[in-house]
Design a protein around this ligand. Structure first.
Ligand code: DQA
Length: 144
């Protein structure tokens, strides 16, 4: 049985720690990766943690996750609100998909209220800061 979670991060999340810290906090993406490694090992799982600023790369990774991965955890960042292509790619996946957001997009600007990814995600965690990633790992562990 697959025991690796693919954890995908979309555009600008490589800037975490310095990018709008009043919204996204002070933890870097490397800090979040370390947090996910710890959360996953508590469930005897491993992670494959990636970030891209490119929609097509994220789609290729979602397709790759269809073979040999237990679940996908994805913070699609701004593509959450724009990408029907990412929505379609996730729809073609049969493993659990957990959507995660550091902030709560629904309490921010109106253009963040729609999530194309949320429409196909098994579950969504938002507004819990970096800790939301650990919660997403725990949810994935329960679902697989
Ligand atoms: C985000 C929320 C999105 O609206 C935004 O575009 C991001 C980050 C979050 O983690 O809160 O880049 O996904």
């Amino acid at each position: 049985m697959a025991s690796t979670l693919m954890i995908l991060n979309g555009p600008n999340l490589n800037l975490l720690g310095t990018r709008e810290p009043e919204i996204y906090g002070h933890q870097s993406l490397a800090d979040i990766e370390a947090l996910c490694v710890k959360a996953a090992s508590a469930h005897s799982l491993t992670i494959d943690f990636r970030q891209s600023n490119h929609e097509g790369v994220l789609i290729d990774w979602v397709q790759e996750a269809r073979n040999g991965f237990a679940a996908i955890i994805i913070n699609p960042a701004a593509y959450t609100h724009t990408s029907i292509a990412l929505h379609d790619a996730l729809k073609a996946v049969s493993i659990p998909v957990i959507e995660v957001h550091i902030s709560d997009p629904r309490s921010r600007e109106a253009f963040r209220h729609e999530s194309y990814v949320g429409l196909v995600a098994t579950q969504t965690v938002s507004g819990k800061g970096a800790a939301g990633y650990a919660e997403a790992v725990a949810i994935a562990a329960k679902l697989i």
